[in-house]
Design a protein around this ligand. Structure first.
Ligand code: ADP
Ligand code: MG
Length: 624
């Protein structure tokens, strides 16, 4: 019988699974039971929507059987089963379970971490077993098949006998090694507690044969052994339980069981509504940004259940884009099982639920911000960008919802602050909310343009995300205060007059000459009212800022949109005296100085210099 090879990725994962020193091996059972439950769900769903099928409720169950002597653990289900082809494609490849695809190379090297936190579906069986056998018969088929594998080297599939539809997973539990014990996975009490811990809410009964002793009739001190089939799980789905009965650990277990994320949730939200609409929902705000979150591949959505039966695994209509990071599920009795994707979009109930959920997420985030600031900042670092996109998108129609959830780094506080915090401590004479844009906080700290505003004692918000300026343009005002870039032509206050002895008219000729040298690179050359210690900077006139110019230039459909730049000269700087002297005696020198100053200003802004070779040659000219 020919042995088949696993796909490369699967093989790697398997090897990791087999070899990892791993403390949470117990989750293998969670994974196998969860698969069994999924398989029964599929059959159950069929029976509800296909009238030709008729099953009674009793016939749906999962059974866990331990045979200590032969070191065999069996997980049996009465689910939909697998065809030979399905065994081939579902058990021979890991891509389906999705876990591995989401991990970076680095994270994969540290294999036991992924397995530890999230489990990797069916392959988890190899953490405790050296041989895994799957016997399955699918609905509507006469034949059954046996899949078997001893691990990474491959697997076999052969026809076999099986009476009823469903699947049997047979694990040959590993022998104990010097530092690892596997015996526990054959112990009733241990298996029982693992099932309780991870699979309590599974909707179908999980049965075990539990042995016990009872006193022999007519005898005081003699006992007889007996075996009794028990249902181990409570079968109440976690979302139907009372919040007060549940611990944070329960919610975290559910998050992992469902593979909602590879992290721990930062916060869970449990909603039970029993009014004109009825639904239960458990939502999570993840801790870390999924690696594909800001890419096109990322799909938002919540699991949607109709009265306990999963009808859609990613219902996008339940979440607005700006909350696309939220994970979780919704169960409603008011939704039809047969509802199609198209119908769902127009479903009134679903719209109401979505609206409700949206409100709830917003208020939970607000309370997180208010009461657990550190956690909120952690959240904001992962998903703040998405909120700012939310302000910008849809022509700003959601800005009311979001403006109090966004934050920016502050020059004064040296940490993230909200717009409300900023505005509430503005001095009375301050008219605008000031911001400065740049690549990083460190770079903005050093921007010459910030000098005057900072000197006035005004707080400056640092915009380091591409979306920031665009979002603020959409917001326009916050609490009636307009936003103003520290690089804009008019800062909205008068600089101290005595500092600026020179004005434009006095140096009109020089500036006009400099403007000619630079031709259309700048709109004008002017006396700077904002510079204190730096000789030169760029400011802008009009709507397009320098940061926006950079962002637009990086876009694929770059339309070569440029900011209207003004070269500002600090007339109190020594360099200016040199310029003036040169203007009186040596025009060529003015040309040289002008180009140098302009290129310096570009460098400070993080803009490219058109001709770097010429620039360095110019510097050499000054040096010799
Ligand atoms: P996932 O559950 O995330 O799809 P798994 O690795 O746990 O990934 O399982 C892979 C696939 O194998 C399942 O999607 C399912 O199609 C099939 N499968 C696993 N166990 C069973 C089972 N007990 N009954 C029917 N199909 C199963
Ligand atoms: Mg699974």
């Amino acid at each position: 019988m020919a042995k088949k090879q696993f796909k490369t990725e699967s093989k790697r994962l398997l090897e990791m699974m087999i070899n990892s020193i791993y403390t949470h091996r117990e989750v293998f059972l969670r994974e196998l039971i969860s698969n069994a439950s999924d398989a029964i769900d599929k059959l159950y769903y069929k029976s509800l929507t296909d009238t030709a099928l008729d099953f009674d409720k009793e016939s749906y169950f999962i059974k866990v059987t331990a045979d200590k002597e032969n070191r065999i653990l069996k997980i049996t289900d009465t689910g939909i089963g697998m065809t030979k082809e399905e065994m081939e494609s579902n058990l021979g490849t890991i891509a389906k379970s999705g876990s591995l695809a989401f991990k970076s190379e680095n994270e994969l090297k540290d294999g036991h971490d992924i397995i530890g936190q999230f489990g990797v579906g069916f392959y988890a069986a190899f953490m405790v077993a050296d041989v895994v056998t799957v016997i399955s018969k699918t609905l509507g088929s006469e034949e059954a098949y046996k899949w078997e594998s001893k691990g990474a080297e491959g697997y076999t599939i052969v026809p076999c006998e099986k009476e009823s539809v469903g699947t049997e997973i047979i694990l040959s539990i590993k022998e104990n090694s010097e530092d690892e014990s596997y015996d526990e996975y054959l112990e009733e009490y241990r298996l029982k507690s693992i099932i309780k811990k991870y699979s309590d809410f599974i909707r179908y009964p999980i049965k075990m044969d539990i042995s016990g002793q009872r006193p022999k009739e007519d005898s005081e001190n003699e006992y007889v052994e007996y075996v009794e089939e028990q249902i181990i799980n409570s079968m109440v789905p976690i979302w139907r339980k009372n919040k007060s009965e549940l611990t944070t650990e329960d919610y975290e277990n559910f998050y992992n069981e469902k593979h909602y994320g590879f992290d721990k949730p930062l916060k869970h939200i449990h909603i039970s509504v029993d009014g004109t609409i009825r639904y239960n929902s458990i939502l999570y705000i993840p801790e870390k940004t999924p690696f594909d979150f800001y890419s096109k591949e990322y799909e938002k959505g919540l699991e949607l259940y109709s009265n306990g039966v999963l009808i859609m695994s990613k219902c996008a209509d339940l979440l607005p884009d700006y909350f696309s990071f939220v994970k979780g599920m919704v169960d409603s009795e008011d939704l039809s099982l047969n509802i199609s994707r198209e119908m769902l979009q127009h479903d009134r109930q679903l719209k109401l639920i979505a609206k409700n959920i949206n409100k709830k997420i917003k208020s939970e985030l607000q309370s997180l911000l208010k009461n657990e600031r550190e956690k909120y900042e952690e959240f904001y670092k992962s998903f703040g960008r998405q909120l700012k996109f939310g302000v910008y998108n849809d022509f700003g129609s959601n800005k009311e919802v979001l403006q109090d959830l966004i934050m920016f780094y502050s020059s004064k506080e040296k940490k993230l602050v909200t717009l409300d915090e900023y505005v509430s401590r503005m001095p009375e004479d301050q008219k605008y909310i000031y911001y400065a844009s740049g690549e990083s906080n460190e770079r903005i700290d050093k921007l010459p343009q910030t000098e005057l505003v900072a000197d006035k004692g005004y707080e400056i918000l640092y915009f380091t995300d591409e979306v920031d300026e665009f979002a603020i343009k959409m917001l326009m005002t916050y609490k009636e205060k307009e936003f103003k870039s520290v690089s804009s032509g008019d800062l909205g206050f008068e600089a101290d007059e005595k500092d600026n002895t020179e004005d434009d008219s006095e140096n009109k000729e020089l500036f006009e000459y400099m403007k000619e040298v630079l031709s259309d690179k700048v709109k004008a050359v002017k006396v700077s009212k904002r510079l204190k210690s730096h000789p030169v900077c760029l400011s802008t006139e009009g709507e397009v800022s320098i940061e926006m110019e950079k962002i637009l230039a990086a876009m694929p459909d770059n339309q070569n949109i440029k900011a209207d730049k003004v070269l500002e000269i600090n007339t109190n700087h020594e360099v200016f005296q040199a310029l003036k002297d040169a203007f009186a005696t040596d025009k060529q020198k003015v040309d040289l100085y002008t180009k140098l100053l302009y290129n310096q200003a570009l460098l400070i802004e993080g803009l490219p210099i058109q001709d770097p070779v010429e620039f360095t040659n110019d510097i050499c000219k000054v040096m010799v």
